[in-house]
Design a protein around this ligand. Structure first.
Ligand code: ADP
Ligand code: MG
Length: 279
């Protein structure tokens, strides 16, 4: 497939939903892999102590490996922590190790606790490293790790599982994004909603997808990720679906989604928050 056009400047996208198991990590690693396979420079920052994104990208994240924890603690710079994923040229990861597990509490006592990541992630440096996309994979909570990811990003991507209770908790997530826009990062926008684990055989999946589209309009990617056993098998082999079975429905869906995401570079989605009064 031909290379995709590069965005004008690096896009920093946080993948968030405090609900677990909705496809945050799967979407992170597959979008990242798809964009890298189409010629773009991509960095995944694993901010979930579970380290599932690091596993799927095939990078070392044993205890003691310099990781996103050291990044938050300002012990190492981005370029010193980046590991190359074996899955694609220009695919990189700052892994998460078990060290990150205590950091939600550790961060509370630090200066700039909400901006630790933002301070060390800047677009000029990323551009000079050849990085077009940064995806930050969040843990299933709205704690300080997720706050750091949202303050460091310009976009939030919310995966929504086409299942019962799909929208449960999304209201709370939106209110949190609004608070971050008002107090910490006025440039943040919810740019993308992605429907995951879609089972076309069920009426329910169709209903959920319709409800999400009515609510979020054109922020919702047209591409829907199907539920597929192969997608869930890939991480067990240290792979994404794009390495595990490149011709499968799941792989093709993620390639389409990545292309669609890239087409939307530079679109303006407007902020949820009221504009700040400049007095
Ligand atoms: P999160 O990061 O939000 O907790 P994951 O990406 O880890 O969610 O996905 C939760 C589980 O669902 C994992 O076991 C994953 O392999 C599986 N999964 C994710 N996407 C799909 C899909 N499209 N089809 C089938 N299983 C999926
Ligand atoms: Mg996850």
């Amino acid at each position: 497939a031909p290379a995709l056009p590069r965005p004008a400047e690096p896009r920093i996208i946080t993948i968030a939903n405090q609900k677990g198991g909705v496809g945050k990590t799967t979407s992170t690693v597959n979008l990242a892999s798809a964009l890298a396979l189409r010629g773009l420079g991509v960095l995944v920052i694993d901010m979930d102590p579970q380290g599932n994104a690091s596993t799927a990208l095939g990078v070392d994240h044993r205890e003691g490996t310099p990781s996103s924890y050291e990044l938050l603690m300002w012990e190492y710079a981005v370029e010193d922590l980046i590991q190359k994923s074996p899955h694609a040229d220009h695919l990189f990861c700052i892994p998460a190790t078990i060290d990150l597990a205590g950091s939600e509490i550790e961060l509370v006592g630090l200066d700039y606790r909400e901006r630790r990541l933002a301070e060390v992630l800047n677009k000029d440096d990323l551009a000079s490293l050849g990085i077009d996309y940064v995806f930050i994979d969040c843990p299933p909570s709205l704690g300080l790790l997720t706050v750091n990811a949202m303050v460091a990003a310009s976009e939030v991507l919310i995966p929504i599982q086409c299942e019962y209770y799909a929208l449960e908790g999304v209201g709370q997530l939106l209110r949190n994004v609004e608070l971050i826009q008002q107090h910490l990062n006025p440039d943040l926008a919810i740019s993308t909603i992605m429907l995951t684990m879609y089972d076309g055989r069920t009426k329910l999946a169709e209903q959920v997808a319709g409800e999400v589209r009515r609510h979020f309009g054109d922020r919702v990617l047209k591409t829907v990720i199907p539920r597929s056993v192969k997608v869930s098998e890939a991480p067990g082999f240290g792979m994404t679906i794009l390495q595990y079975d490149a011709g499968s429905r799941g792989a093709l869906a993620y390639l389409d989604a990545a292309k669609e995401l890239n087409t939307r570079s530079g679109l303006s989605f407007g902020n949820e928050a009221e504009p700040h009064e400049s007095t």
